[in-house]
Design a protein around this ligand. Sequence first.
Ligand SMILES: [Zn+2]
Length: 294
Amino acid sequence: MSKLIQEIQKGRILVSDGAWGTFLQKKGLKPGECPEEWNITHPDDVYDIARSYIEAGADTIETNSFGGSRYKLAGYGLEDKVFELNKAAAQLSRKAAGPDHFVLGSIGPTGKLLMMEEVTEAELYDAFKEQAMALEAGGADAIVIETMTDLEEARIAVKAAKENTACDVICTMTFDKILSGEFRTMMGISPTEMTQSLAEAGASIIGANCGNGISDMIGIVKEIRTVNTNIPVLVHANAGMPHYCDGETTFPETPADMAGHVKEIIEAGANIIGGCCGTTPDHICEVHRVVKSL
Ligand SMILES: [Zn+2]
């Protein structure tokens, strides 16, 4: 059993990191620039983001590789740099994390739709395999496949990471609250369906990221726990729902707002708690403070 799973089985609640995309923009990433290319061109800035989250109290940090699949990198003409950019991403987070914190190698959706036959299952598998192996080569402890909405793509990614690396495999999907008050991904998948399917595909940790603030994430965690009481659950919540105004996106929840729901989401069954869009090291610092106090 890996150290990450052992810590969770001991009953330890782990704090994860917050947003990367907006942090990179704050450091000067321009619209149309490839975030993953910064692992080579601006390694000090990427390292500084990782380090900021460690200093805020995160036990696990991600890597700057969300869009690091060959299909996403092709949008920048960088599809032949998958290994180099993902390995560098993991090395930078590893350096910031040291031996005592966990590095979760981020893998996002490819943007190619299976159901529209834009890509075959074998092609998706190869793309995820290639990215996961590069993240492992750079020192990732786990692979976190995230922001998934298509269950088939998520399953293929889980299998590719599981079958080709020794890393723990985490998979989180993005749910929206629909009118009935239930949660579904954009492709219509419920937390119940996700839980059954991803556990079967070999994920060792599942959960939800993005799409919701932490208060709605509580409902998702409760639903996961009605189906599976054992599997570790990770939540990366947004800082509330985005507001669009004058071409700018802002997120309303303060670090204290987020921290105010931490106790409840742990009681619902979450094991790893961190942030997604709109969250900052200040949010993670507050979450860490609450987790420590419990
Ligand atoms: Zn997000």
